[in-house]
Design a protein around this ligand. Structure first.
Ligand SMILES: *Cc1c(COP(=O)(O)O)cnc(C)c1O
Length: 397
């Protein structure tokens, strides 16, 4: 079947929850993807920060193949070898002492919020359940995580929302202090906001939140679903500020492209989860965790963090150079290889124009171009994107 026919069938049979670009991708390798007609694209979306190692990294593919031949799924009634390996690897390379596995970012955040409530009820008082989250955050699409997501556009039509949330502006310590009361049990935020427009924490912000949490007996939850696993040039974004959370959530790129989610948890807090308290049928299954072991060890062993830092700095400086040339480019933001370029106009025409040049980029919040290349991206590839972007911006200005 040709791609026109397939796209027509998609419109007919697949629920219309996404507005799609008219491209049907069938193959990927590294930073490149190909459509059904064999046309090649340079991918600076990476499945929205899922394919941090590039598409179909040979070590991840091999791990999936080997594991698929051995054992794809067993219940968590039994011990699971790659699950144990991935949990110990994650603990060895983070603040955490325990890991709970699930299947997505939303599910990880649900778990984090459940754990925060349970811990608070047990340790600090029966009436503490409220979680403070940040405006322009994004935590997922389940009822609880979309309530945690402090953006009205995601709430519309789904009311009544879950009780137990309060919203404050990002980067505003005073607002957090004012929002805390006797019901508060946790503060949850992305150390860098992804969907909200690539918003970085101001100097000392995360550290101050940590101090407030310690002072008030609150848990600090970092949602690193998008920025974890090397995306910012460190394995975890919290490492940049040296601020350790109590719970950290991961998903997207944790298993190199295979669906997975995880809660990384400090020891004392993990004790609030007892047998029967929380579960997920597919959570930590052999296939996903085997892919996760391969992904994590490859990121660490193949110098991807170093490349991410180096290429991220280079890309940032090139985007800043573009900013100087166009008055409608308001700001360049980000860290490592999550970079955003805020425009004072609609970004989608630019995404479409880039697509016509066979380059995939993304736009969030309507006017922030977001760049999420694989951590293995080269300077030549960045140069190609920067050159194309400059041409496109010139055409549209
Ligand atoms: C993508 C994302 C989520 C949701 O992950 P899903 O796997 O789509 O449920 C949650 N938090 C952040 C920061 C994300 O970027």
């Amino acid at each position: 079947m040709d791609s026109q026919t397939l796209m027509m069938l998609s419109e007919r049979y697949v629920a219309h929850t996404y507005s799609r670009y008219p491209v049907l991708l069938v193959r990927g390798r590294g930073t490149r993807v190909w459509d059904l007609e064999g046309e090649e694209y340079l991918d600076f979306v990476s499945g929205l920060a899922v394919c941090n190692l590039g598409h179909c990294h040979p070590k991840v593919v091999k791990a999936i193949q080997d594991q698929a031949e051995k054992l794809i799924h067993v219940s968590n009634f039994y011990y699971i070898e790659p699950q144990i390996q991935l949990a110990s690897l994650l603990c060895r390379h983070s603040f955490a002492d325990k890991v709970f596995f699930c299947n997505s970012g939303a599910e990880a955040n649900e778990g984090a919020m459940k754990l925060a409530r349970k811990y608070a009820k047990e340790k600090t008082g029966p009436d503490r359940y409220e979680i403070i989250t940040m405006k322009q955050s994004f935590h997922g699409r389940t009822l609880a995580t979309l309530t945690a997501t402090a953006q009205e556009k995601f709430h519309k039509g789904y009311e009544p929302l879950m009780p137990g949330f309060k919203y404050v502006p990002f980067n505003n310590v005073l607002a957090v202090r004012h929002a805390i009361d006797s019901k508060t049990c946790a503060i949850m935020l992305e150390p860098i906001q992804g969907e909200g427009g690539v918003n970085c924490p101001s100097e000392g912000y995360l550290k101050t939140l940590r101090e407030i949490c310690d002072e008030k007996g609150l848990l600090l939850i970092f949602d690193e679903v998008q920025v974890g696993m090397g995306r910012t040039g460190k394995l975890f974004a919290y490492e940049h500020d040296g601020v350790k959370p109590d719970i950290l959530t991961l998903a997207k790129s944790l298993a190199g492209g295979v669906p997975i989610g995880a809660l990384l948890i400090g020891k004392e807090i993990a004790e609030s989860f007892k047998p029967g308290d929380h579960a997920s049928t597919f959570g930590g299954n052999p296939l996903a965790t085997a892919a996760g072991v391969a992904a994590l060890t490859t990121i660490l062993e193949e110098g991807m963090l170093e490349n991410c830092q180096k290429m991220g700095d280079y890309f940032f400086s090139q985007l800043e150079a573009i900013q100087k040339k166009f008055s409608f480019v308001k700001e360049v933001r980000g860290k490592g290889l999550i970079l955003g370029m805020e425009l004072n106009r609609d970004g989608y025409p630019i995404v479409h124009a880039m697509l016509r040049k066979k380059i995939l980029i993304n736009c969030t919040m309507g006017n922030v171009l977001r760049f999420l290349p694989a951590l293995i991206v080269t300077q030549e590839e960045i140069d190609r994107v920067v050159k194309a972007l400059e041409e496109v911006l010139k055409e549209t200005s």
